[in-house]
Design a protein around this ligand. Sequence first.
Ligand code: CTP
Ligand code: MG
Length: 234
Amino acid sequence: MPGKLTGSSPTTTAKMKCGAVIVAAGRGERLKNTTPKAFIPLRSKPLCQYSLDAFLSYPKITDIVLVIPEEKLSSFSDPKFKVVAGGASRQESVFKGLSALECDTAWVFVHDAARPLLTADLLDRLWESAKNGKNCIAAWPISDTVKLAQNTTIAKTLDRQNLWGAQTPQVFLTSVLKEAYAKAKKDNFTGTDEASLVERLGASVELVVGDPWNLKITTPQDLKLAELILENKL
Ligand code: CTP
Ligand code: MG
């Protein structure tokens, strides 16, 4: 069955390597800033540094690949992680990051640098699920009522009880995620997260309770919110 780790004992699991791909190569067009989003200072630290610090201090992770805009390559190097240039889409950037991982990396965490507030507790929850051979993503139940639209008219109201907002990190067996990327390429499919690619293999992906504070910085308002959270004002 795709997406399942079979025949692993706790001892072999403990020895298997775990990598992280942090994608930070977007332009941040909705943020309307001339600096690429991942390099915008948040309380004087570049946005992508928050995610790097979270993964660098998470003991299970042995290999980190940071994917950044090509023009930033010369100004951002560190022996503690690899840096590679991103692609035209998020999906391409993740693919480039995956290709730079050590080949013996059994699991991979994929994370958007646009979510700087991830915590070690969230990484723990994901790892608890992943180490049992599951593909899993951080997600949070939707609180709004969600409308499916046809232009500006409601076509349908979706059942909120079954709706979750997908977050990152998302964790996969590296072999499964690479297979999902190969299939997406063959089918010319573009998804907005890794789970959507893995689902197309027929593999199951578990929802792990995410964190409402793990917000995605998209607009200037989000940046302000993150500042307030970090200043403990919220
Ligand atoms: N990303 C990437 N390469 C791309 C596009 C996006 O690595 N070609 C990364 C972003 O840096 C971000 C994550 O994917 O960490 C999620 O993307 P998003 O929030 O959409 O960021 P941007 O694409 O930078 O923002 P925008 O869509 O507003 O331009
Ligand atoms: Mg984008």
